[in-house]
Design a protein. Structure first.
Length: 166
């Protein structure tokens, strides 16, 4: 027998927890939005897992499906769906906060999300980058046709934009 819980039942309690923690209204709004997304994903995830013999005990269910592995799979799901890095990191922060809430309620003993790291935000200075200018100068020194230099420059700039958007 597989049991799934309506995680949305936890939303109001989580919101009270956030408000009691003196979070700003906009932060609470973002936390709630992110936790709704996570709950949707977690519901599908929990249905795909072997959740036998958990009965109706919320604590048992949370300990079984709210693990470092499941949170890492959520992170991978976000990345595979090309969610912007800042959004991924914010959602992971929300999951960490939710796990802290679960600990405060006695449903979890430790925070499984603490083991999941954020995505590093590495930005490359595209237009002030001396290396890019040096590359262009190098291409010119190779006596390449101007069109080829322009194309290579364009390709590099597009690549840099992709790096900066993730």
């Amino acid at each position: 027998m597989s049991y799934t819980y309506n995680f949305y039942n936890l939303e109001a309690s989580f919101k009270e927890y956030l408000l009691a923690g003196n979070n700003k209204p906009v932060s609470v709004k973002n936390y709630i939005s992110d936790i709704k997304h996570f709950f949707g994903w977690l519901t599908l995830y929990s249905q795909s897992q072997d959740t036998n013999d958990v009965g109706t005990n919320l604590s048992s269910l949370l300990r079984q499906i709210l693990t470092s592995k499941s949170i890492d799979e959520y992170k991978n799901y976000l990345l595979e769906n090309k969610i912007p890095v800042k959004t991924v990191n914010r959602r992971l922060s929300t999951v960490r906060k939710f796990c802290s809430f679960c600990i405060s309620q006695g449903w979890l003993k430790e925070n499984p999300a603490k083991q999941i790291s954020n995505i590093s935000l590495v930005k490359v200075d595209l237009f002030g980058n001396k290396t890019l200018n040096q590359f262009t100068d190098y291409l010119k020194s190779q006596n390449l046709p101007e069109e080829e230099i322009v194309n290579k420059d364009h390709d590099i700039k597009e690549f840099m934009k992709i790096i900066n958007s993730t």
